[in-house]
Ligand binder design. Structure first.
Ligand code: XIL
Length: 392
């Protein structure tokens, strides 16, 4: 029977001090170990030099690949230097907001019977003017749905609403779209379904066939566009990512065996080094499994969250660049991979500033150019990955 410690005020104070010291010792050792781990991610001798004065799109094109980025009308229209950097470095463009039902300052779908194509047309014209291949992102997603959607949609009207949306939007840009992310992020093993499907308004109102239906409607509306399923959390050697890779593969196999008109898988590649273990073999095997279904693969939204990384910019940039090059060197070994898109070109406009800000309030540094539009080691890492890739 353990002796119950009777705490007097003085002893209480000393006990308090003691436990405070113990807690802070644990915290210090944890953060020290944490920093040790973080430093282990870094190799100060790592070589990021690049040869030749070629842009990223030129290096990609030399190997039969595509490099692109995402942005929005409001960023591009107000920042000519940013627009020029995108045109110089990219051969593909994907709107971050304008082809969604609603996102940012764009409202494609103001009402159940209303479409406002002003922003989406601006994007399509920008891409055509600068001869950028244009991605459509995204027709069916559980996010970026206007308020009226949740108040209106039910199992009686959902199919007609989906049909009207896809036929109206896809037909308007038919022939101008390289590829559509027809369905985005439909897999969530945490939702507990045997098929791994995320429980969304689309699933609840239309049932499991909503995915096949969306692809068939899109193929009918634009037979020229490549049709992709797009998702995240497929990158690392963790139980969560393994479960997601398994469920995504099951979905793709099911769609292919149904004869669904699907051409590829979009892997978002929102990376987070330091938080998750990168296992090249696991990723390589997944890419091979997807390719064995006859599907193309695009890296569709690549960036690196640096929340867990050291504040020091030189160290942090090296770790982030290393994560890009390690990941892309594996990905580009797979010949089914046709494109790499970063979710933004400059830290000035990364969504991670809001979505995954650093606790020390330091500016995030996830992309090839910094907020002052200076090239970073990430730029070198992507350039080196293209330079070392096999020609398609
Ligand atoms: C994000 C945009 O970058 C944000 O500006 C917006 O507020 C929310 O959506 N996966 C996706 C993208 O498929 O559409 C998301 O884009 C980022 C995560």
């Amino acid at each position: 029977m353990s002796k119950i410690l009777k705490l007097t005020p003085r002893r209480n104070f000393l006990f308090g001090l003691g436990s405070l010291a113990a807690i802070s010792a644990v915290a210090i050792s944890r953060s020290f170990n944490n920093n040790q781990e973080k430093k282990a991610l870094d190799n100060p001798e790592r070589d990021f030099t690049v040869s030749q004065k070629l842009s990223l799109k030129q290096r990609a094109a030399q190997k039969g690949l595509i490099y692109g980025t995402a942005s929005t009308k409001s960023y591009l229209a107000s920042d000519p230097a940013y627009m020029a950097a995108i045109v110089e470095n990219c051969s593909m463009f994907v709107p971050e907001w304008e082809f969604k039902w609603t996102a940012g300052d764009a409202m494609l779908r103001p009402g159940v019977d209303q479409f406002d194509f002003t922003a989406a047309d601006w994007i399509a014209n920008f891409a055509a003017t600068h001869k950028l291949l244009l991605r459509g992102h995204t027709l069916v997603w559980h996010e970026s749905l206007p308020q009226w959607f949740k108040e209106t949609v039910n199992s009686e009207n959902a199919q007609q609403l989906l049909q009207k949306h896809i036929q109206t939007v896809v037909k308007r840009y038919a022939g101008k779209i390289h590829s559509w992310d027809v369905v985005n992020e439909a897999i969530e093993p945490k939702d507990g379904r045997d098929d791994g499907l995320r429980i969304t308004p689309w699933l609840e109102s239309l049932g499991t066939n909503y995915i096949d239906l969306a692809f068939r409607l899109t193929a009918e509306a634009d037979p020229k566009a490549l049709l992709f399923y797009n998702d995240y959390g497929l990158d690392y050697d963790t139980p969560k990512h393994e479960a997601k890779r398994t469920a995504v593969l099951k979905l793709l196999e099911r769609l292919k065996s149904n004869g669904t008109p699907i051409h590829g898988l979009g892997i978002q590649a929102h990376l987070s080094p330091g938080k998750n273990k990168f296992n090249p073999e696991k990723l390589r095997q997944f890419l091979q499994d997807v390719a064995s279904l006859g599907l193309k693969i695009m890296i569709t939204e690549m960036d690196v969250a640096d929340q867990e990384l050291p504040r020091d910019i030189e160290l942090r940039d090296r770790i982030i660049a290393g994560a890009y090059e390690d990941y892309l060197s594996v990905v580009l070994e797979e010949s089914a991979v046709i494109a790499v898109i970063t979710w933004g070109l400059s830290d000035r406009y990364s969504w991670l500033s809001e979505f995954q800000p650093r606790s020390d309030k330091a500016a995030v540094r996830p992309l090839p150019f910094d907020a002052q539009m200076r090239r970073k080691l990430v730029w070198n890492a992507i350039a080196r990955a293209f330079d070392n890739a096999q020609r398609r």
